[in-house]
Design a protein around this ligand. Structure first.
Ligand code: S3P
Length: 447
């Protein structure tokens, strides 16, 4: 929801070894898609392990507004009774996607080829983010949009009454844009083709196949070519949502940083379009063992066993950026405690996330006494033996900036305060309790 209540500062303090099991929540990307594909299917979709973060709850509410029946039965267990491809009803009020770029962009795609009109808005962070990257390809299907200056929300989208299929090469590596085009392609006759230079997370493709669509992926010299045959009948499915590798990265990195920690994180997705952070941590010298690799709900998963490690700075190649795009904030925090310099390249997309994450991390780390260099699309963090900390960091309504600095505060000489921890509830509502359970000293300041 776009209403943002009072800010809640939080402070993290130097902590003893972290230990125990960290059961992180369900994957955010898959949770959004499970609700949206369930709503576009005929019959019932049963979801287990759904992330009940605010972002996903906002998508659930939106799916109801488009005519689907969405019910929670017990924590994590939900059903969606869908309206079928092309069956979305016109919502009778504004769709508020809160903080969620994934929610708003995927939902715009899902409605763009149906003859209805909807108006979208979000919170102060989402309303600053670019939507032209989605409305441009949706216009090729025949949809029209009216946005604020710069293509910003609030925005009204008029779905195409007679949609045509589209061939679209992504101008930036974005699974949200790819997914918006594929979801729009569902209700266009013929084949919709998306070409990406670098593979981005492929949950939409995997799940569309699982729900009964005809969709192929081919790696060619010209990039990854994804071809969807329009107007399938999607059928409700059982979706078991694996645990989120992006959320797992916080307790994982905290355990690596805090001396003598030993932490177990079960059932984390290791989808190759998402696991860049784990490769990077291993290259930095992390004692990270992937145990019991298996397939769950169509996704590769593994249990992660971590021991605190002395890490060394490395160069993270630009080609890996898409597979760990949400993990750069926590990597930058971790890099401050590694020996040497960690260089992150090809990360321009970080500038248009929930905040400008390069700027937010650089300013926050500097305030904590860490040396950082940035360019438009790179960031270098100079590691130090002991991070001074002792700063109050601005998080700009960005959950991952907040969690990253709370993790860093566990090893800094003086405590680190984040100005507002409320956005953590968008993706990881149990963060505070989970970290406390491992032994992290994180306190609320307004008690
Ligand atoms: C997401 C795609 C990524 C990622 C976001 C989730 C998705 O965004 O940062 O947290 O679920 O498709 P972009 O598409 O902007 O890269």
């Amino acid at each position: 929801m776009s209403g943002h209540g009072p800010a809640m500062p939080m402070t993290s303090h130097k902590s003893g070894p972290l230990s125990g099991t960290a059961e992180v929540p369900g994957d955010k990307s898959i949770s959004h898609r499970a609700l949206i594909l369930g709503a576009l299917s005929v019959g019932e979709t049963e979801i287990t392990g759904l992330l009940e973060g605010q972002d996903v709850l906002d998508t659930a509410r939106a799916m109801r507004a488009f005519g689907a029946s969405v019910m929670q039965h017990s924590p994590g267990n939900w059903t969606v009774t869908g309206v079928g491809v092309g069956g979305f009803a016109e919502p009778d009020s504004v769709i508020d996607c809160g903080n969620s770029g994934t929610g708003v962009r995927l939902i715009m795609g899902a409605m763009a080829t149906t003859d209805i009109t909807a108006t979208f808005t979000g919170d102060a962070s989402l309303n600053k983010r670019p939507m032209g990257r989605v409305t441009n390809p949706l216009a090729l299907f025949g949809a029209q949009s009216f946005a604020r200056r710069g293509g910003r929300l609030p925005l009204t989208l008029i779905g195409a009454a007679e949609p045509v299929p589209v061939e679209y090469r992504l101008p930036m590596p974005s699974a949200q844009v790819k997914s918006a085009v594929l979801l729009a392609g569902l209700n266009a006759p013929g084949q919709t083709v998306v070409i990406e230079d670098e593979p981005t997370r492929d949950h939409t493709e995997r799940m569309l196949r699982g729900f009964g669509a005809e969709i192929t992926t081919e790696d060619t010299d010209a990039g990854r070519v994804i071809t969807l045959t329009g107007q399938p009948e999607l059928r409700g499915q059982r979706v078991a949502v694996p645990r989120d590798p992006s959320s797992a990265a916080f307790p994982v990195c905290a355990a690596l940083m805090v001396p003598d920690s030993e932490v177990f994180v079960p059932g984390v997705s290791q989808n190759p379009t998402r696991n860049g952070i784990y490769l990077t941590l291993q290259e930095m010298g992390a004692d990270l063992v992937l145990e019991n690799p298996r397939e769950e709900g169509g996704e590769p998963v593994a249990d992660l066993r971590l021991r605190a490690s002395r890490l060394k700075g490395i160069e993270v190649p630009a080609e890996r950026a898409a597979s760990m795009i949400d993990e750069y904030p926590i990597l930058a925090a971790l890099a401050a405690t590694a020996s040497g310099v960690t260089v992150m390249r090809g990360i321009k997309e970080l500038r248009v996330k929930e905040s400008d994450r390069i700027d937010a991390m650089a300013r926050g780390l500097e305030a904590c006494g860490v040396r950082v260099e940035e360019t438009e699309d790179s960031m270098s963090v100079h590691g130090m033996d002991i991070v001074p900390g002792g700063a109050r960091v601005q998080t700009h309504l960005d959950h991952r900036i907040a969690m990253s600095f709370l993790c860093l505060g566990l090893v800094s000489a003086a405590p680190i305060t984040v100005d507002d921890a409320t956005p953590i509830a968008t993706s990881f509502p149990a963060f505070e309790g989970l970290m406390a359970g491992l032994g992290a000293q994180i306190t609320r300041d307004n008690r």
